[in-house]
Design a protein around this ligand. Structure first.
Ligand code: RTP
Ligand code: MG
Length: 162
């Protein structure tokens, strides 16, 4: 009965260009995903053009860091994942730690951003922050992916303990 209260969720996780550029960092992050009971549903290496970067981060378009964020996210290969697990959105964000690397180092020293982040912008990873943004972001990276169809197929076996 306890199992029924734990909802299976999907999230979009991205290993950003600074971490993909460093093979050991990339491998460590991939292993951390596996060690934390995430199921890798989809995985893709991508390089964004500036236009895709601008579109993905349109909500930040007025912010002082927008230009450098857009440039950074289109500066080299990234790795995107669709991840599934119980409370995937919250769990991945907790693993990432706070946005700002220097805050992360004080408040969550074992978080990904604390361990691997370079600056407040070059902060290693991205994770969707809600069910709605997860849906939008999964479709942005994986246009053919149908979250509802996947859930309908996979949730029953998750509930029964696989
Ligand atoms: P994300 O969206 O990437 O998961 O991160 P978040 O919610 O924790 O942070 P958000 O405020 O949405 O910012 C999006 C990304 O913009 C870059 N950023 N740079 N002060 C800065 O230089 C600054 N602030 C934000 C980061 O790459 C952040 O993840
Ligand atoms: Mg955000």
């Amino acid at each position: 009965a306890c199992r029924l209260s734990k909802a299976l969720q999907l999230t979009l996780a991205v290993i950003k260009p600074d971490a993909v550029a460093h093979p050991l960092m990339l491998e460590a992050l991939h292993q951390i995903i596996l060690d934390n009971q995430f199921v890798i549903v989809r995985r893709k290496d991508v390089v964004w053009r500036r236009q895709e970067s601008e579109k993905f981060y349109a909500e930040h378009s007025g912010r002082f860091f927008y230009q450098r964020l857009v440039e950074y996210m289109s500066s080299g290969p990234m790795r995107a994942y669709i991840l599934a697990r119980e409370d995937a959105i919250g769990h991945w964000r907790e693993l990432m730690g706070p946005t700002k690397v220097f805050r992360a180092r004080y408040t969550s020293p074992t978080s990904l951003r604390a361990q691997f982040g370079l600056t407040d912008t070059r902060n290693t990873t991205h994770g969707s922050d809600s069910v709605e943004s997860a849906r939008r972001e999964m479709t942005f990276f994986f246009p053919d992916f149908r979250p509802e169809e996947w859930m309908e197929r996979e949730e029953p076996s998750f509930r029964s303990g696989r």
